[in-house]
Ligand binder design. Sequence first.
Ligand code: ATP
Ligand code: MG
Length: 256
Amino acid sequence: MAKIFCIANQKGGVGKTTTAVNLAAGLANLKQRVLLIDLDPQGNATMGAGINKAELDSSIYQVLLGMGDIAAALQTSESGHFDVLPANRDLAGAEVEMVELDQREMRLKQALAAVAGDYDFVLIDCPPALSMLTLNGLCAAHGVIIPMQCEYYALEGLSDLVNTIKIVHGKMNPDLKVIGLLRVMFDPRMMLSQQVSSQLEKHFGDKVFKTIIPRNVRLAEAPSYGIPGVIFDPSSKGAQAYIAFGKELVERIAAL
Ligand code: ATP
Ligand code: MG
């Protein structure tokens, strides 16, 4: 059965999508069967995987609202060798439209049951909000991977996210746990990065992944080609770090 992980942080622009797309490609490279779910109306994970969000016949929007079958909405990232449940701006309407539905926080979990058996990993790229969409991700998942930048304000938002995860764990999804915190866009020359990084290790112990993702321009360039960074320039420092992270995650899961 697939391990289902949310990549979540309610702060915007912290590297969620870059992590989701590159981890998907990194795990596929390790011969894992991977489904990447784009749960963000921005559709960045969809585009980053090389799928045109403007030309979708069916997407996660139809799936969440019960207007389409999940299998019919799936596509394949040719460059990344993983499957994608794509999203585009249609999804922005889903929050409001779902208000009428029963068990609206369980829509993704219910839809996923039909295909989860076909994969080793399902990765869910969450939007930058603790919204009904993110709640659907958290209710469907076994764990959360939290990418964060090592800067002062990063720690502030973290407690809100950790509290939300605790509430979901207690009331809606007893399987849910924090798998780990991933330090991203790391700049070792900055004193503050070093300080926040060691604070994180002190407070969260082994919940902090050992792999650190450096700031690397190749990771930022790759999405404009619709190719995951780990495929676009495998020898770059950023790609190497995401490949190492994929391995660390597989080992961590095996040890759980
Ligand atoms: P949002 O909250 O809007 O969904 P996000 O958390 O998904 O954003 P990304 O889109 O992954 O964040 O990253 C934000 C920006 O930073 C993008 O332009 C991305 O290319 C760039 N970026 C992400 N990680 C790195 C990195 N390690 N090195 C350099 N640039 C990066
Ligand atoms: Mg994103």
